[in-house]
Design a protein around this ligand. Structure first.
Ligand code: PMP
Length: 452
């Protein structure tokens, strides 16, 4: 095993990290994780913490699920790889497609297109949405509408529908024809109200307005997260997504649900669209589909889309899109074993119950710590927004937020900081004691942030 000083030194020298400034790696080195067990991770110095980030919203069953590891190992021995392009496929991919079809039956998402992760799933849906309209002879429908604060990954299409300037500015110009409307966010919005239902109505009015402005016949799809994750865990009023569905239907616009975070239990329901009672036309999934053990995703297609492609005999119906690792047999085996575990444990039920405890705990932290401007979340996705001053909602400083991370880590819990938010997305199998442990460490973290 390599010496820990050697590793720390060479991390800064030879590796660039996602979503980080390269120069920061030396001054503020990341925790180097070497092991994980259950819902805990251990760093290279032997310090063990509860993983309140769940990897990156994706280790939903924790790190010790032997059935997934075994399925992957067996698959590696049997068939470590084969292509699913045209002439060939593999048995695990078919088995998984059957399983996903069962899983998404209520929404009528009957075809899976496999990818290597969330950004790929988003790109797949955006590209196939354009093609769907071409297949149907409405090729001028090419534009996309999305929500400000939405996050849809890092490929050029996904980044173009992202609603956060941090992920766009340095990479402009983005894909033409992408437009954002305000997200239904109670804490910060341009409407001067914190009434969630009213905000949802205002956002829908903006959506209608944007569609009229662009011309409905130029718009391919609306893409949205049922609960906005990376943008700061923004939970829309329950009326919002059903209203979006209605607007899309009215104007012949496809609805793409980006469920890279919310699929497979995180919101306390099986997935986010079901939570709101909506059947999207396409759904992007990834992350928890393999419990994070393999980079994998599935872009799910609804009946309307399937019908359009499969009834079209011309070249325009040919799918000119796909990845070398689409339907990777090891990923498919991992996903099959993961879905079996999720179903057996009904993890969304635990996510709902622990989520209520977590929200109550966060509420108490808000009462105690003035630095907390807002707490929000649903199921086991939550955010604490840190502010310098409650009335003006001025975001807390970077050093304050860094101090929260350090103190929580010291107290035995790894949290995630993003902008002026603390983001929590622990494995869905955490216990009530784990929630108590999280709240205790956050208490220390917030005290440390306030003293900066
Ligand atoms: N969509 C959403 C909603 C996401 O949260 C993410 C990642 N956090 C992505 C897409 C991109 O997924 P990946 O990082 O696996 O490419």
């Amino acid at each position: 095993m390599l010496d820990s000083n050697f590793l720390k030194e060479n991390n800064a020298k030879h590796m660039w990290h996602p979503m980080a400034h390269p120069a920061d790696m030396r001054n503020n080195p990341p925790k180097m994780i070497r092991g994980a067990k259950g819902v805990e991770i251990t760093d290279i110095d032997g310090h063990t913490t509860l993983d309140a980030v769940g990897g990156l919203w994706n280790a939903n069953l924790g790190y010790s699920v032997d059935s997934i590891k075994q399925a992957m190992t067996e698959q590696l021995a049997e068939l470590p790889y084969y292509s699913a392009f045209r002439g060939t496929t593999n048995d695990k991919a078919v088995e998984l497609s059957f399983e996903l079809n069962e899983w998404f039956k209520p929404e009528g998402l009957t075809r899976a297109f496999y990818t290597s992760g969330g950004s790929d799933s988003v790109e797949t849906c955006l590209r196939l949405a354009r093609q769907y309209h071409k297949v149907r002879g409405e090729g001028e429908r090419t534009k996309f509408i999305s929500l400000k604060k939405g996050y849809h990954g890092t490929h050029f299409g996904g980044a173009s529908v992202n609603g956060n300037a941090n992920f766009r500015r340095n990479y402009e110009p983005m894909l033409a024809g992408c437009f954002q409307i305000a997200a239904p966010w109670t804490y910060r919005n341009p409407f001067g109200t914190d009434n969630a239902e009213e905000i949802a109505n205002r956002c829908i009015a903006m959506l209608e307005d944007e569609i009229a402005f662009q011309g409905a016949d130029t718009i391919a799809a609306m893409i949205m997260e049922p609960v906005l994750g990376a943008g700061g865990v923004i939970v829309p009023h329950k009326s919002f997504m059903p209203m979006v569905r209605d607007v899309c239907d009215k104007h012949g616009i496809l609805l793409i649900a980006d469920e890279v975070i919310t699929a497979f239990g995180r919101t306390g329901d099986v997935h986010g669209s079901r939570l709101w009672g909506v059947a999207p036309d396409m759904m992007c999934t990834a992350k928890a589909i393999t419990n994070s053990y393999f980079p994998f995703g599935a872009a799910m297609m609804g009946e309307k889309v399937v019908e359009a492609f499969e009834s079209n005999k011309d070249a325009v119906g040919n799918i000119g899109h796909g990845y070398t690792y689409s339907a990777h047999p090891v990923g498919c085996a991992a996903a099959l074993a993961t879905l079996a575990e999720i179903k057996k444990a009904k993890v969304w039920e635990n996510a709902e119950a622990r989520g209520i405890e977590l929200q109550n705990g966060l509420e108490q932290l808000k009462e105690k710590h003035q630095i907390v401007g807002d707490t929000r979340g649903i199921g086991l996705m939550a955010a604490i927004e840190l502010v310098d001053d409650r009335p003006t909602k001025t975001p807390a400083s970077k050093p304050a937020i860094a101090a929260a991370f350090d103190a929580a880590y010291e107290a035995g819990v790894t949290i995630r900081v993003s902008g002026n938010n603390i983001i929590l997305s622990p494995p869905l199998v955490i216990t009530a004691d784990d929630v108590t442990r999280m709240i205790g460490a956050l208490d220390k973290g917030l005290a440390a942030a306030a003293s900066v």
